[in-house]
Design a protein around this ligand. Sequence first.
Ligand SMILES: [Zn+2]
Length: 429
Amino acid sequence: MFSAATLRTRLRSLNPLKRVLAERAPESGTKLSHSQENTASDSGESFSMSAVNLEGFLAELDALRKEVDSKLGQEDLDHLAKMERWGRTASAIGWGLAWFPNPISPVALAIGRTSRWITMHHVGHKGYDKVPGVRPERTSRVFAKGWRRMLDWPDWMVPEAWNFEHNILHHGATGEERDPDLVERNVEWIHKSDMSQAKRYLMLAGLAVSWKFTYYAPNTLRVLTHKHLIKQSSETTPPVPRKDLWLKCYLPYGAINFVAIPALFAPLGPFAVASAVFNSVVAEAIENVHTFAIIGPNHSGDDMYRFTTRPKNRAESYVRQIIGSVNYQTGSEAPEWARNIVDFLQGYLNYQIEHHIWADLPMLRYQELQPKVKALCAKYGVPYVQENVFARVKKMSDIVVGNTTMRVLDGEKAERAPLSNDGLAAAAE
Ligand SMILES: [Zn+2]
């Protein structure tokens, strides 16, 4: 049977730094990974970087960015405020109805919590730092920093740890071995085990309902704790003390959402308090599944690429971000009235391709850029994958349980190349 302890142990073993450091001195004759061995079978349909006019593609992307930068302004700040208002309203409805068991309260609470993560994501990426007229509280320098963590993003994760793991390590090395969130590599241990398919799906379900505190909280804190070791290129990676994990992640979040706020219902009696705890716990499960569904498939599927070397230049880097990311259905292609609803419910992660080209843009600008980037990719022959989020959950699940494998970019598949640590050390600055 699936065991939470086993999952925690396995997740603890997913130390991205350890993997990065291990890569620096590969043994000769290192066995190729599962996906690398299988690339030859689909090489006929593989994408080739050399077939793209990289110079022209980069120039047109840069022109798009320049055009958008010149338009940043109050419209972006109003849009951010509206998305935050929707999330805060959902939270207010959720807590307002939490005094008795009902389905509306946990769903609303879950939407509110997801909305805070999405705000953290885009503000933490410096998406609003350069918008004229932005308040300091909505810049990456102030948002969720210090005491503001409890106001802006009271989550399992430490904001600084999230920013480092996601903005630097994941975005800086998407689809590479050093990417802490490379799904296929993170589940290699499942593929190598003799676990039945039923158990693999059970494990996936267990991860989906718990991943914020079983995967993200410990792993983001670990990489932040070892940040200095990345800079020093140290070979040792001491574990994060369990006490730190509890004091910085589990206790603050648990105290607020499962103790302090439910305790406010005490005047209504013990049943109301118990109901508030119950609704909050159910909301937690819903939020985990929701965010797992919109984040987990962003870079996984048998039509997604992974990489064994560093990109040679900025143009290659953009192309790799595109062929290693997937868009879901977007608000930019929906009727005007539904635009923000479609995007809000998918956390603006449905623009994953545009987000991975330009992470430091306000959410609103992805609606404008998406059709233009898609047209450019068609013009230059760069694969642009876009599909319904539910279809992508299926594709991610197939990777996790071992039904399918990802592609590896051509020219890089013969051997796992030794990676210089220079880029990572620079990224950790
Ligand atoms: Zn991001």
